[in-house]
Design a protein around this ligand. Structure first.
Ligand code: SF4
Length: 881
């Protein structure tokens, strides 16, 4: 295995699509040290807080160690024979479309390749989709409509060569922090202008020259206005437009559109259009705020239209740029791991492409039409059309829209297999067969990041128990179903070579994805493969696309699309007057199966929340730290209210990360309707109509514990801390016996209980002491509990006296909630340094406390503390009662 001993191994971060290189060094005790790879072109040594904490997530705790059938541990032969038999029988009895795979952008390209080959070439169905459908399917569709191929034209270098960067629906500062830092560094060096287009004020706005706070869903109208301005201002590139069809139709549609729906003033719109028009080198970065929409594909094309019309594409510092959410969303697109793709950017519906792939694979059966996309795949599982479903490295019971219905569908499906690293997910709990998969640091293969750079991910730790690589599990299943020759892979290098050779066929059809220059790579060279951007073939190596005006439609030209602004699918109503936006927070990743293992990553925002505008909070009688109940036609959720003008009146924002394992009442996709973009099939996750009200429990609680807790409350949210765990609690029935509640919560029968109660006020404070150490503490009150949470979180396992006061003694520091997760620096520490150390700038604070000197994503918060503005932190619950 590469990297054993003291040597550092080059690998890749498994979180966002930035694709940062990491250097991994096993510590000899099962753990890892992690640092940024200074030689990787994506990050040049930088890492964000999540990447930096990767070493803390490599823990044995919670790992699935053996295959499980109906809840019982078993061996691989028994489990995979059953999987093979069930899939074979389903196909024989009910036809190929009775089976399906649901995959993940977490999978490596080699894993993805084998899954796609097994489903499309051998099981004979295109029912293979991925959580990338929820992430960037609209970009894929927009690219294909405009360019004739799913091609990202530019490279990360463009971010440093641009004079204007426009972020559309992208909180880059939190979701792709390393790219954001690259932009800020370029801005420092060359004065790059930064414009943010977002209905929400995010951390990305803090250093922007302009924030266009448009109404949710109105992006098309804004870019249509820009197209008209380019036309009227003489900024169209007539020479370039000779290679582009559809200008007149796109312009007609743009002229007919109404920019007032954006809610922006004429001056704001004109300011943006003028800046864009007079800046030759402009990069428009777009992400989930564009993609996750019932008109996501049109939004993508509205952006591409402007770049095509102005000829600002494929040139240094110029072009539209989709940043992908997941580490290998691009790899999944390359292998064709979506229900409407074939392989290597070839088309399922193209007879020549299909025949070529079928011959290459020696495949017995090939579907000739698209399979079921994510939403339809789970509907088919629920209504009995799907008889066997295999879910790999993803948690659709939490992340799919109408999540409760998806859970029910998985449960209802005749046979469900889940491959994962843990059994402790909402989805894994529903599986008939659970297969233990190798985790990030145990896997060998490749990933492709947002700028088409292919990097190696390298195994540095042995998989625990019986865990195996995904490609190996899938190939074994393929052999057991009966296709030994086609799935006889022994190494990921063999799969990579086959994939690269197949891409040569794509190249021969004149398509963009061609890495056939790597088709003969030796095992050794594969091990040593350096990051490289595709294409890689005899005539091209990496670089930008489209500066030459050559596109992939049959006529070689690009297409501008006539698009009009469409409001989000569901309109607000008296019953559902709010529009719910959802997204990521800075320090967590997806459903937190890994990031929640790192205590410092939970220090920033330890509890799910709903941002609500002060005006709406007043109207609902909601005070800081109250709980909000949100309801939609599909479900309910309870979250902590954060009252902030970052959201517009009538809008709410909630994070996506919490699950049945961490905060069951806050699973937000229970509320989200499964309304999809008609072209891309991507669900709308940014504009769910909901009702909101203050949720009034009989009691609120805050607990800390050395050991995991068993909360039985109506509302709870648990997070890991360095000393153990912390939890927010609330219950509808009054808490008559706080001591009994504490005994149930902590399961510490031997512990001595210290208690302080005020029955008149309904307040109780309990500490459980064992061997002279605080093992746990519980604070309850009829109002949100006001204690020093970060101080208390550090107490379990210590002999601290006075725990029942709920706050530190005057001579003890209280760091406050974590601001800088990289160096664990709290808000109170920074405020103290500002107050008493005379620190005047973010740089001063960095020099004194290190805060903000690594990934930099907390710098906006530090600036807010300097300006005495409220920071984007947990709700205010640390005040006095
Ligand atoms: S920006 Fe952060 S999460 Fe994304 S790849 Fe880099 S280190 Fe990982």
């Amino acid at each position: 295995m590469a990297g054993a001993g003291c040597k550092e191994t080059h690998s890749t971060c498994p979180y966002c699509g930035t694709g940062c290189g990491v250097l991994l060094r096993p510590d000899g005790m099962g753990g890892l040290t992690v640092r940024g790879d200074p030689d990787h072109p994506a990050n040049r040594g930088r890492l964000c807080s999540k990447g930096l904490a990767l070493g803390e997530t490599v823990v044995p705790e919670g790992r699935l160690l053996a295959p499980r059938v109906n809840g019982q541990d078993t061996d691989w032969d028994s489990a995979l024979d059953l999987v093979a038999a069930k899939f074979r029988q389903a196909v024989e009895k009910h036809g190929p479309d009775s089976v399906g795979f649901y995959l993940s952008g977490q999978m490596l390209t080699e894993d993805y390749y084998v899954a796609n080959k097994l489903m499309k070439g051998f099981l004979g169905s295109a029912n293979i989709d991925t959580n990338s459908r929820l992430c960037m399917a609209s970009t894929v569709a927009g690219h294909k409509r405009a360019f004739g191929s799913d091609t990202v034209p530019g490279t990360y270098d463009d971010l440093e060569e641009a004079d204007l960067i426009v972020l559309v629906g992208s909180n880059l500062a939190w979701c792709h922090p390393v790219l954001h830092q690259r932009i800020l560094a370029a801005r420092e060096a060359r004065g790059t202008k930064l414009v943010v287009i977002d209905p929400r004020r995010t951390a990305s706005c803090d250093q922007a020259d302009m924030h266009l706070n448009l109404r949710a869903g109105s992006d098309v109208a804004l870019f249509n206005r820009l197209l008209v301005a380019l036309h009227e201002g003489g900024a169209l590139d007539a020479g370039y437009l000779r290679n582009v069809n559809g200008l007149d139709e796109a312009l007609d549609a743009a002229i007919a559109d109404d920019a007032s729906v954006t809610g922006l003033s004429e001056a704001e719109i004109a300011g943006f259009c003028n800046l864009w028009m007079r800046t030759e080198k402009v990069v428009t970065i777009f992400s989930q705020g564009v993609n996750q929409s019932t008109s996501g594909t049109d939004k993508v094309n509205a952006i591409l239209n402007c770049h095509l019309a102005a000829g600002r594409i494929g040139k240094p510092g110029s072009g539209p740029f989709s940043v992908t959410g997941q580490p290998n969303a691009m790899g999944g697109r390359e292998v064709g791991g979506l229900a409407n793709m074939l392989a290597c950017h070839m088309d399922l519906e193209n007879e020549n492409h299909r025949a070529a792939v079928q011959e290459f694979w020696g495949a017995p059966a090939m579907p000739d039409r698209a399979g079921l996309k994510a939403v339809d795949l789970f509907r088919a599982a629920g209504d009995g059309r799907l008889k066997a479903l295999w879910i790999i490295h993803t948690n659709p019971a939490v992340t799919m829209p109408e999540a409760d219905a998806v859970s029910a569908a998985i449960k209802a499906c005749d046979f469900t297999v889940v491959s994962d690293i843990t059994a402790a997910t909402d989805t894994a709990r529903l599986a008939d067969v659970l297969l233990p998969a190798a985790a990030w640091a145990e896997k060998d293969g490749t990933v492709t990041n947002s700028d088409r750079t292919i990097s190696r991910q390298r195994a540095v730790l042995p998989p625990p128990g019986q865990a195996r690589a995904d490609w190996d599990i899938l190939a074994d299943a393929g052999r057991r179903i009966g296709w030994g020759a086609a799935f006889g892979y022994q190494t990921p290098a063999e799969i990579f070579r086959e994939h690269a050779a197949l891409s040569g066929l794509a190249g021969s059809f004149g398509l963009d994805f061609d890495i056939s220059g790597l088709a003969a790579i030796s095992g050794e060279d594969y091990d040593d493969l350096l990051p490289q951007r595709w294409p890689v073939n005899r005539s091209r190596q990496g670089g930008r696309f489209f500066a030459d005006g050559q596109f992939f439609h049959p006529d070689g030209k690009a297409r501008m699309l006539p698009v009009r602004c469409c409001p989000p699918a569901a309109a607000q109503s008296r019953r559902y007057p709010f529009r719910l936006n959802s997204g990521r927070i800075r320090d967590q990743w997806h459903t937190m199966t890994r990031t929640a293992l790192a205590p410092r990553l939970s220090g920033h925002l330890a509890e799910p929340f709903a941002d609500i505008h002060p005006q709406d909070a007043r109207a609902l009688g909601v005070k800081p730290a109250d709980l909000l109940r949100l309801s939609s036609p599909h479900g309910q959720a309870i979250l902590r209210a954060r009252i902030t003008a970052d959201v517009q009146p009538g809008d709410l924002f909630v994070p996506i990360h919490w699950t049945g394992e961490t905060a069951p009442a806050a699973r937000i996709d229970r509320l989200v309707a499964a309304a999809v973009d008609p072209v891309s099939g991507q669900p709308e996750s940014k504009a769910t109509v909901v009702a909101a009200e203050r949720w009034q429990p009989a009691w609120y609680g805050f607990a800390v514990s050395r050991l995991p807790m068993t909360p039985l409350a109506d509302y709870w949210a648990m997070a890991r801390t360095k000393a153990g765990y912390r939890a927010e609690l609330a219950g509808l029935a009054s808490l008559a016996e706080p001591e009994a509640a504490a005994r149930d919560l902590f399961a510490l029968p031997e512990a001595e209980v210290q208690m302080m109660t005020d029955r008149c006020k309904g307040i109780a404070r309990l500490a459980l002491i064992q061997d002279g150490k605080v093992m746990a503490a519980l604070f309850t009150a009829p109002e949100p509990v006001a204690v020093s949470r970060d101080y208390l979180a550090g107490l379990p396992g210590t002999g601290a006296a006075g725990v029942l006061t709920g706050r530190p003694a005057a001579d003890q520091p209280d760091p406050g909630p974590v601001v800088c997760a990289c160096f664990s620096v709290g808000a109170n520490t920074i405020l103290h340094a500002i107050e008493y150390g005379g620190l005047m700038s973010v740089a001063d604070i960095g020099a004194a406390l290190q805060a903000g000197t690594n990934c930099g994503s907390c710098r906006p918060d530090i600036a807010d503390l300097l300006a005495r503005r409220p920071i984007r932190q947990a709700a205010e619950q640390d005040g006095s009662e």
